[in-house]
Design a protein around this ligand. Structure first.
Ligand code: ADP
Ligand code: ADP
Length: 226
């Protein structure tokens, strides 16, 4: 089954800039698709349109069988993970994880269960009572992932989530993200300009250039070209 269908999508910003010029991609259930390409190629615009943070000028985005073009971000079954996912500094890790669920009126017992489950998966159980400032960069990134996981989204949207970490931690977190995404079986789009990241993470790579798809394929297909 297909989690996400992106059909003939165009994006023209109000200033006339054409960021995306006719892109079609399907993301299958459980698949991790990496959008890669140089700065300005349209990666973030693509992701932000899927998230509902930017409007779609032309074309269609269908999530779990439903056209979502006109839905607000909160009405879409997505969870984003950014590089600087703003954790609430005055709240404990537990409260940070619970916040979105509380807002949605999730019963407390279910919140507790989900938070504990995510904390266990991410190995942050012993930090639940700390504030974000008392965590390392990698631990903070795990909390950001936890906030995405507790939402039980149809798809994860990763926007260069590791670009603020040092090289060693980045490698480690990359493997963790992959493992986690696999074990949850949740589809994902991962945006990066880093080919190594693309190669090690992707089930499928979409290479964007100047708002168009230049190439699509499995990592070895895309990067074994002369
Ligand atoms: P990437 O994420 O690959 O760096 P973007 O999606 O951010 O690329 O940008 C694609 C193109 O759209 C670029 O030419 C960029 O300058 C332009 N662009 C991005 N955001 C806006 C905006 N809010 N208004 C006008 N043009 C934009
Ligand atoms: P609410 O559901 O009351 O809008 P949330 O905190 O659950 O409050 O979500 C706030 C907004 O942020 C929503 O539009 C949601 O779709 C969006 N969002 C996307 N990714 C995340 C994330 N990883 N964590 C929290 N909110 C996210």
């Amino acid at each position: 089954m297909t989690t996400l269908r992106i059909k003939d999508v165009f994006k023209r910003y109000p200033n006339g800039a054409e960021a995306v010029k006719g892109v079609s991609v399907d993301v299958e259930d459980g698949e991790l698709v990496v959008f890669v390409g140089p700065s300005g190629c349209g990666k973030s615009t693509m992701l932000r349109m899927v998230a509902g943070l930017e409007s779609v000028t032309e074309g269609e985005i269908e999530l779990a069988g439903r056209v979502v073009n006109d839905l607000e971000p909160a009405e879409r079954n997505i969870a984003m993970v950014f590089q600087n996912y703003a954790l609430y500094p005055h709240m404990s890790v537990r409260k940070n994880l619970a916040y979105g669920l509380k807002n949605r009126g999730t019963p407390q017992a279910e919140i507790d269960r989900k938070v504990d489950e995510a904390a266990k998966l991410l190995q942050i159980g012993e930090f639940l009572d700390r504030k974000p400032s008392q965590l390392s960069g990698g631990q903070r990134q795990r909390v950001a992932m936890g906030r995405a996981i507790v939402r039980d989204p149809a798809i994860f949207l990763f926007d260069e989530p590791l670009s603020n970490l040092d090289a060693k931690l980045r490698n480690q977190m990359r493997l963790e993200i992959k493992k986690l995404q696999r074990s949850l079986g949740t589809a994902a789009i991962y945006v990066t300009h880093d080919q190594v990241e693309a190669m090690t993470l992707a089930d499928r790579i979409v290479v964007l250039n100047n708002g168009l798809i230049e190439q699509v394929g499995k990592p070895h297909e895309v990067y074994s070209q002369p």
